[in-house]
Design a protein around this ligand. Sequence first.
Ligand code: MG
Length: 170
Amino acid sequence: MAKANAKLSNVPTRIGFGWDSHAFKSGIPLLIGGVRLDYDKGLGGHSDGDVLLHAITDALLGGIAGPDIGTLFPPSDPQWKGADSVVFLQEALRRVTAAGYAIANLDSTLILNAPKIGPHAAEIRSRVAGLLGIPEDCIGLKAKTPEGLNTDNAAVAHVVVLLQKKKKKS
Ligand code: MG
């Protein structure tokens, strides 16, 4: 894989975009951005359903023109059942680093009817910054309610990330 990454064009910056959605389900924990939120429903899915970490993972992979999250971690593979999405994120970050890039900044929008993200935004940003090894002021996190979309039982995440070519050590 390092060989394939080495073929990336030597441009100083690259952009990545990721999107994900999951339906709410009763009786499971709600994880958003690696933070467990107190709510009576969680996001269903083969893994832990962390919609934000999945979208970040796909944005990172997209930025290096890599395979997407579903290709790397197929839902059909039993080993990813209930998986901690941090594992997916770490693999995407490893590939970005191997390709010679670092994250400049990341911006995200969550779309969900409930729970309110505002009270948890600082904790989510801090957790995501820690996972990615970048300062909190490089993480944008916005939350919207799905006005007119009829998606009150789902959570959606949009993420863009800017990657910067790392300077070669001399
Ligand atoms: Mg997902």
